[in-house]
Design a protein around this ligand. Structure first.
Ligand SMILES: Nc1ncnc2c1ncn2[C@@H]1O[C@H](COP(=O)(O)OP(=O)(O)O)[C@@H](O)[C@H]1O
Ligand SMILES: [Mg+2]
Length: 414
């Protein structure tokens, strides 16, 4: 007779077409980027000097293109590859990725760079300029180089303004004697945001522009093949299913050329198949999935990987309260209560009330939740929180990120 373990395992295995679903999540970084070789090559031309003559000159490049065309992932893959090439040459090159949708003031951006480099510089009480000066001293003393990406740079330009952009872009004009240890990649959807800058600053940024065009159907097909092979059990997703998605999204077929939407469709189609207990993902599953894809979840899931553990725990609390109540809004007090019990469940120390409030503000600022102050009720005024994306899909992503953060924290403590 089969052991209980075998029985369970055979059922569990059969219950999913996925062998590694994480491969389809937005934060997954593939090793190979089909159809972005040209952009990687241009980046290499611009930044090769960081390896051949480190410290001699500070470079800047601007990556431009619409949503889901691989700007962020290309910068990340380039950065991590540069880091390992540098290491082989005995150079300590750090890759820093800042999302300006999240950190959009000069202070926040500089503080984030300081944090990612791990420089022991107090973040309170210093102006951004003082912090930057301390940082430049720190990397000089410790012989560190940094390639800094300011992603969603459009937000920084409109929120921080000309002087802040000028400061970043012409950093070494202020310290002409300093070794040029920091270089920058800027990423934006289009260049129109830059027109509000003064012409000198603008021309400085636009020295090296790398364009990312929307993907064609054939290109998306290649990207999907790579993900399918890594994410699904063999034989569960036929090429024709991928072809169908690629044709829906390909720019040459009237789509947006958005790889994120294509990968998301594949994920949702797989989930639809699992939900029905089907052995294979069919075009009908894709159709069902696409009718459910809402732009909100795509936008929100892009920002989730940048959230801290306790922001994620609060978001999870909000999701649970909203689902339980079945209403559009939940009071922040209820969410905080739920957050405390979730913390207890995970064995995490809950943050203080003021900190929780700050996290909620952050989540609002990033557009993950909506928050507004209620009219005066019998309990007085209260902040009301609402979430626009589908709760179940969102919670799944939040859960997987919480696990990831907790594992990372545990490793750090060991
Ligand atoms: N050439 C590619 N090869 C593999 N995956 C890609 C490629 N281009 C984009 N992706 C994937 O598509 C999604 C969107 O890419 P992303 O870099 O976030 O787009 P953007 O920053 O331009 O909005 C990510 O999951 C990314 O890994
Ligand atoms: Mg991006």
């Amino acid at each position: 007779m089969a052991s209980a373990r075998d029985v369970l395992e055979s059922v569990i295995k059969r219950m999913s077409v996925f062998k590694n679903k994480e491969v389809l999540y937005p934060e997954y970084i593939p090793q190979h980027l089909p159809h972005r070789e040209a952009q990687l090559k241009q980046l290499a031309e611009i930044f090769r000097v960081m390896l051949t003559a480190p410290g001699s000159v500070s470079m800047r490049a601007m990556l431009v293109g619409g949503v889901g065309v691989g700007k962020t992932v290309t910068a990340r893959v380039f950065g991590s590859t540069m880091r390992s090439l540098a290491r082989e040459r005995g150079i300590d090159l750090r890759y820093i990725h800042v999302n300006c949708h999240r950190d959009r003031t000069l202070y926040e951006v500089v503080a984030e760079i300081v944090r990612q480099i791990g420089a022991p510089i107090p973040l309170r009480g210093l102006s951004p300029r003082e912090m930057m000066l301390a940082l430049l001293n720190y990397i000089e003393r410790n012989d560190i180089y940094a390639l800094v990406t300011l992603d969603e740079f459009d937000y920084f330009v409109s929120a921080a303004g000309n002087d802040a952009v000028y400061f970043i872009v012409r950093l070494y004009d202020e310290y002409p004697e300093a070794k040029k240890r920091m270089s920058f990649i800027f990423i934006a959807r289009d260049l129109s945001a830059l027109s509000q800058l003064d012409p000198t600053t603008e021309s400085y940024i636009l020295k090296h522009v790398i364009k990312f065009d929307p993907y064609t159907s054939d290109e998306l097909f290649d990207i999907l093949v790579q993900r399918r092979n890594a994410a699904f059990y063999e034989g569960t997703v036929d090429d024709e299913v991928l072809r169908y998605i690629a044709d829906m999204e390909g720019v040459d077929r009237g789509g947006e050329g958005n790889a994120r939407a294509a990968i998301e469709a594949l994920l949702l189609a797989g989930e639809a198949a699992d939900y029905e207990g089907a052995q294979k993902v069919t075009i009908e599953h894709v159709r069902k999935a696409l009718s459910h894809v809402q732009p909100d979840i795509v936008r929100v899931s892009e920002i989730l990987p940048y959230l801290q553990l306790h922001e994620l725990l609060i978001l999870k609390a909000a999701i649970r309260v909203l689902r339980r109540k079945g209403e559009a809004y939940a009071r922040i007090g209820e969410i905080e209560e739920e957050y405390r019990s979730i913390c207890q469940m995970y064995g995490e120390e809950p943050r203080k009330h003021t900190q929780v409030y700050e996290y909620v503000n952050n989540l609002k600022k990033m557009g993950v939740i909506e928050a507004r102050v209620s009219g005066k009720g019998f309990r007085g005024r209260s902040t009301l929180v609402s979430i626009m994306a589908p709760l179940d899909a969102l919670e799944k992503q939040v859960d997987s990120l919480i696990e990831k953060r907790r594992t990372a924290n545990r490793k750090r403590l060991l």
